[in-house]
Design a protein around this ligand. Sequence first.
Ligand SMILES: [Ca+2]
Length: 224
Amino acid sequence: MAPTSILRAAIAAGMAFAGTAPLGAQAANLVSNGTFDTNANGWTNAVLWDGTRDAGSNPASGSDQVSVSGNGCTSSNQCVAATPGTAYDLSAQVLISSVLTTGDGIAQVVALWQSTDCLQPLGKVISSDTTSNVGNAAGLDAWHGVSLAALVAPPTTKSIQIGLNTCSQTNNKFTANFDNVSFSVAVAAPPAGATAVPGLSVGMLALLATLVGAMGAWLRFRRA
Ligand SMILES: [Ca+2]
């Protein structure tokens, strides 16, 4: 092989190996209308669209307001399809209004795996205990993030019921707004030390060294 051919081969091989490390893609949000821009469509049960409160202070968007009076809980719900063995991330933002709340309570996002289509009674719930809380201690009239990471759907799961839930612990009224609800396939974290900086593999460096050495030997042969 002539030197120019060796160089071309080396450059071509180097370009082929010197790619960037893959960056983690943002997984699609499986929740319908989790931002409550113009309404609360897609959510059922205790639903009240609030166009005056948005987690990003966006005047063109709103949130979902969930109120409960007296002892007990209520929630806005959405059923989302889920696949057994798949890990999911769940997150939302929550605001507890001092104006609309007269006593203690909690606001939480609850996820209940379902073996059917979320229309079955609670006896069909196959897993729960996936709850994130925002209590009064977290601060009134400010948006707080709640999240549950890497929830793995158990066997026979067909869907998950996401509940935007408020519970009153007194005989007073407790109100919370929910916004930016997201449920998505969990994105694997990149390996420790991984970067997106272009680089050559050890094998590629060895190949280049071999090619350069061969070119030098060929030049020495030509001079001889
Ligand atoms: Ca919003």
